[in-house]
Design a protein around this ligand. Sequence first.
Ligand code: SF4
Length: 320
Amino acid sequence: MDAMTDTALVEARGLTKHFQSGGATVRAVDGLDFRIDRGETVGLLGESGSGKTTTGRLLLRLTPPSAGEIRFGGADVATMSGPALKRFRTRAQLVFQNPFDALNPRFTMRQSLAEPLINAGVPRSERAERMDAVLRQVHLPDAAGVLANYPHQMSGGQLQRVVLARALILRPDFIVADEPVSMLDVSVRAGILNLMRDVRDEMGLAAIYISHDVTLVRYVCVRTLVMYRGRIVEDGPTEDVVRHPRHPYTQALIAAVPVPRVEQNRAAIPLKPARHGSGDLAVGCGFRDRCPYAFERCFAEKPELRPAGAGHLAACHLDP
Ligand code: SF4
């Protein structure tokens, strides 16, 4: 293992997921290469349909890749079995998008939190203490009151805290949070985002936040990957990506939302509408049919991620 890979907790190498649909190949995830260091919080930003959720499922081995590999702590996730797979299932957790679906409506909070502990073989004598500790961590200190409740007796914000607690109770090293606040009222989102920042700072766990929301990613993540049509088109420190986006797609995403304290307001990028099914995305830039700057080379050659600043990569033929 070289020094480069030493600090990496998660590495995707050529990660690919293709589906067949109506005789056509859907390139949901199309050759991703990235790494997430221990303790690093990374945003995966893009519109719906860009392949973000499939990427999260691949990282947790909830769906098999068509090609490529994922390494976790240096080990190939695809070949794990027995105790190694069980340990991976403990160390890598998913935070569900919809707290109303994530918890069994017939389970009390105590039962929902006990389930992963039982599955992981945590002794009964330790379970109450683990539940108390994790509920304090998600700022639900009244454990006795919370644990007796059923989901319908709790608010959306409280439920999302329990969903997060359920992911944290096994003390993972890595979480995948898929649109973690998109189903919540605006009024409770800020509280959950603050909590996620606290968790990041206190636990030092690695995380990938999957979102279409630039504001969320900017608030929680130190690094951002921007995804478009199954490819990563930009990868860099979040503040640099938001303030100085290099890729035309990222520029359009940033310009489309009000981002406080960024040079207000960026000129809108005049994107052309997507033309699905028109052309082979295996050839050329996947953004070429919408990009206002597309030129001949963009139709013939797929741009690879190349350095575009300190710790910053972009996949565009325009970038020097
Ligand atoms: Fe636009 Fe060409 Fe850059 Fe793709 S490679 S983003 S089409 S300029």
